[in-house]
Design a protein around this ligand. Structure first.
Ligand code: ADP
Ligand code: MG
Length: 704
């Protein structure tokens, strides 16, 4: 890549975006397609044919040889199958480059090898990918050449969603309908559409590729399963926003350039709390594009790292004892004419529409806290939530000083008559201009925080898709808006009715608001007293998907059927069991083939040394003997723990798929893994470093 880049020039250059379409498509086709994109109209095959042709011509100019429907099955990552543009060779042996509307709109894929959680058994194994024209196609360049990637939804033969995109798009339709109803009540007749806006901040670790290759746990599971703490951890806070090291800077530069080319608006980058941890945040965009862009971002982060001889770890907790990685999902609702429904304005107490939106959201979060928690669960996140610098597994809402005060007035007197205003912040340095203090002052400990004009959901894991939490956010907000509109549309006195409703919602759902320190242990007790759900692990959270309440919510808005929800729960249990099984087997493998032999080697060296020292007539070998005894003790403990883990892992493997098996992994295998880790980490601290069979935490995160 060139030394200097002209960002404005390269931004979006590999995307079939609006300006390309406007330039290349016949006017009529462009208009028709825009109607589909903006108003959700159906797309005719005739239009699709013209679009496909132009898309192909453009993609070939960009160096593409293949096209691929690019979709997001329930594996957490994206899937694709490349087809060359070539048609059958002609009589003269040459080929034409072709791509039809049908190929653009619809692809067929055998669904049987993707997670379908029972839907596969009930229905046909055939799956379809269908073009999502609301997320632009792009040409991706990598070792496979140029591939035209077409964002698509993935469904079963009978239309059941087998992916993340389909329900996300359904939830976006639901929130659009209900939010429009709500703003109409307040006299807005001009906005045509309400879209959830999402900006996701992505955290990741960067380590040396060479060292990564020496750790089977990182290779197979994405996290370290063993590892003693180095003498220095993150206690000095010297990494957070510290100077970016040169080789990391070179990496970030390449990541940004690749993302900009693909139209991903990578904006902010900095070092994170833990050594070797970093963050990248884009400018927000509409929800389904943000979800796609986050998938692209994760892929580019990995790909570019490899080119720089580094490895990017997206796991939520690659290293015990230091900060884990998450993804902050910033969410708001924006109209097509640029109004943010979550913008409180200068005087929120007078902004009745905002207060209704806000209290509806409090109601939604309070009612569906379990679902929101579930949406952020993956196996890795179990190690992060409630740990260093991560929100607890209990959902609560942080409002900030100003809104908390308005809410209190509402609850106390039924009327909010004033809003606290920003106060100046003085540095007592004359040359520094006076700045205003934010009234939504940040509370970094809250899982769901109001931050100025958006909510920030901080629970999502760093390697997880942000689709599930946005599906839940959109749908539960749609439900709360619907219930409010059902009442208000019938009200004789709108002013009175809306006033009463806001007050009622504030009173009924104030328990979900918590402005204190959510990392503190007292909060757990307080939350329990308030009756808020505390679902510490993924296995505890999965049942939230299939409660009567969840089924009613999702079926009402056509986002999921009961069968789809049940299949998703089943898939979650399966994923949990599979990943835990890989972790347990990797531990056993490393202990058997690497760690135990290394310790035996070391103890042999010690024993030999004891004999040899005695042979020359020195009789004080107490240090060597002491070490030998310690090693032997831990070695024995490790072997016993390993045997136990192996037995349990075999037992688990023999169990039938489903909840019971997942529970077994959580309750039996996880503690057995901890039991094995303990003596091994002790050994790592005493065994000669030269003999330890893998890089240490210190090697990985300080010297990466
Ligand atoms: P932080 O201090 O948490 O890093 P930022 O102000 O940098 O907060 O914003 C974080 C993310 O929130 C960015 O991706 C940004 O684009 C996004 N964001 C900003 N405003 C909105 C909004 N109205 N709706 C959704 N996301 C937003
Ligand atoms: Mg943030």
């Amino acid at each position: 890549m060139s030394e200097y880049v002209n960002v404005a020039e390269i931004f979006g250059c590999d995307v079939f975006n609006d300006s390309v379409m406007q330039e290349r498509l016949p006017k009529k086709t462009y208009k028709e397609l825009k109607k589909t994109i903006e108003e959700g109209r159906e797309l005719s095959l005739e239009v699709a044919d013209v679009v496909a042709h132009e898309m192909k011509e453009w993609a070939i100019e960009k160096g593409a040889t293949h096209y691929s429907h690019w979709f997001q099955p329930l594996t957490g990552v994206t899937a694709e199958k490349h087809d060359a543009f070539i048609s059958a060779p002609m009589e003269n042996g040459k080929v034409l480059m072709s791509f039809s509307g049908k190929e653009l709109i619809k692809g067929e894929s055998d669904a049987s090898s993707f997670p379908s959680g029972g839907l596969r058994a009930t229905f046909e194994a055939r799956g379809y990918t269908a073009w999502d024209c609301t997320s632009p196609a792009f040409v991706r360049h990598d070792a496979a050449g140029g591939i035209l990637c077409i964002p698509t939804a993935f469904c079963s033969y009978t239309g059941e969603a087998l992916d993340q995109k389909t329900p996300l798009l359904r939830s976006m339709e639901a929130i659009n309908t209900q939010a429009l109803r709500l703003i109409r009540l307040f006299g807005n007749t001009t906005s045509k559409k309400v879209t959830p806006s999402v900006g996701s901040e992505q955290e990741y670790f960067l380590i040396s590729k060479e060292k990564w290759l020496q750790r089977k746990d990182l290779i197979y599971t994405g996290r370290t399963l063993f590892g003693a703490m180095p003498p220095k951890g993150q206690e000095m806070d010297d990494h957070y926003m510290g100077a970016v090291r040169q080789h990391v800077g070179a990496y970030m530069k390449d990541v940004n350039e690749e993302l900009w080319r693909l139209g991903v608006s990578a904006k902010t980058q900095h070092n994170e709390v833990a050594p070797s941890q970093h963050e990248l945040a884009p400018i927000y965009s509409q929800a389904n594009i943000a979800v796609d862009h986050n998938q692209i971002t994760m892929r580019i982060l990995k790909k570019v790292a490899s080119r720089h001889n580094m490895h990017c770890l997206l796991h939520e907790k690659p290293f015990a004892g230091v900060n884990g990685s998450g993804k902050h999902n910033n969410w708001s609702l924006t109209t097509d004419d640029g109004i943010n429904l979550l913008d409180p304005g200068e005087t929120p107490h007078q902004n009745i529409q905002f207060l209704l939106v806000l209290t509806c959201l409090l109601k939604a979060v309070d009612r569906h806290a379990d679902l929101l928690r579930e949406s952020a669960s993956d196996v890795g996140n179990d190690h992060r939530l409630g740990g260093h610098e991560a929100p607890p597994a209990i959902i609560s809402v942080f409002l900030g000083e100003q809104l908390e005060d308005v809410l209190e007035q509402l609850i106390r007197t039924g009327m909010a008559t004033r809003s606290k205003q920003e106060t100046p912040l003085s540095t007592r340095v004359k040359t520094i201009p006076e700045i205003m203090k934010d009234v939504t002052d940040r509370n970094r400990t809250s899982p769901f925080a109001f931050t100025g004009n958006k909510f920030e959901f901080r629970m999502v894991g760093s390697q997880d898709s942000i689709a599930p939490c946005n599906i839940v956010l959109n749908t539960m907000a749609a439900e709360a808006f619907k219930e409010a509109c059902d009442i208000l549309e019938k009200a004789d006195d709108f002013e009175m009715a809306v006033h009463d409703l806001i007050k009622d919602y504030a009173i009924d759902h104030q328990r979900i608001v918590f402005n204190g320190n959510a990392y503190a242990p007292e909060w757990e007790k307080e939350a329990k007293r308030r009756g808020l759900p505390n679902l510490p692990t993924m296995v505890d959270a999965i049942p939230a998907l299939t409660t009567e309440k969840a089924v009613k919510l999702f079926e009402t808005f056509g986002v999921f059927t009961k069968a789809e929800l049940e299949s998703r729960a089943e898939i979650q249990y399966e994923i949990y069991a599979k990943e835990m099984n890989i972790e347990a087997r990797t531990m056993i493998d490393m202990a058997t083939k690497q760690i135990i032999p290394a310790v035996i080697h070391y103890t042999t060296v010690l024993a030999k040394s004891i004999n040899e020292i005695r042979a020359v007539g020195v009789y004080d070998v107490s240090v060597q003997t002491d070490l030998l005894q310690q090693c032997t003790k831990y070695l024995k403990a490790a072997k016993t723990a390993m045997n136990k883990l192996k037995k349990l892992a075999d037992q688990a493997s023999a169990m039938e798929e489903g909840r019971d098996r997942a529970v077994f992994y959580k309750e039996k295998i996880r503690p057995a893994m901890d039991e094995l880790r303990k003596p091994v980490d002790e050994l790592e601290m005493i065994v000669d470093k030269e003999m330890w069979p893998m890089p240490s935490y210190g090697d990985l995160i300080f010297e990466g």
